[in-house]
Write a protein that binds this ligand. Sequence first.
Ligand code: DGL
Length: 290
Amino acid sequence: MTCVRPDNPASSDAARPIAVFDSGLGGLTVVRRILDRMPGEDVVYLGDSARVPYGIKSPETVREFALQDAAFLMQFDPKLLVVACNTASAVAIEALRENIPVPVVGVVEPAARQAATLAGDGDIGVIGTEGTIDSGAHAAALSRLGVQGEILAAAAPLLVPIVEEGRAQDDPIVLSVLTDYLHELQRKRAAVLILGCTHYPLLMRAIAKLMGPETVLLDPGAATAEAVADVLGELGLNSNRPSGTLRCHSTDNPQRFARVARRFLGRDVGDVIRVGTDELVAVRHKGVTS
Ligand code: DGL
């Protein structure tokens, strides 16, 4: 694979792209929110489809993969890096901030901030991968924000393959899996439920039906897009063009990525460029800032 570099290396800082990575194509739910909020931004995306899922891997492995993903994306001279993967945000955000020379926005902190505002004194639920839930990252972020209510966390790993398979929200399998994962959260009547995995917003309607009207469902992608807009605004780096471009890379099976991606992004992703994981490793070892 040849790495596609920015077309105009002399472009102004505001015209530099936003880099986004995820363990696969799920992070396109976050890209969708970023482009809804800031349609003039260019986005360069990496989905590590060859090594998905991150959600069952050790924090050390996820951290190393995240640093490799970020190193690859730094070649596009981005103005900001978004960690769209909840698992990587939960376990690797500090390592990324220590190693990456641009602002890094993850999905956990913006979701926690919005949940804290919405929940008041009520309890906050979080569902995510095993890695995200085991990390306790949401509970830690909420406690830093002074949240007093109980934090109810549940791993819901089966939802990722169910969503990728394209099951309908009223499919009996979807409803039975959700009922199993959500019954404790339902019983405790959480005020807010953070959908702490890239794939879960695609089950928003089914989850809302089970949780009932008392629980507000929080899509971290929307909260993250706001956080990105805030950081770019503070730095004076908002693009002022009417529309931007999206360039997607995948470490495996770009055809499948392009086919399934439509459901996550809400439109076609165009051509997907394949990049080998060996290239990610090589770029990381060369040094992320070089
Ligand atoms: N993208 C991951 C997340 O948001 C879900 C898929 C995986 O386990 O890699 O945590």
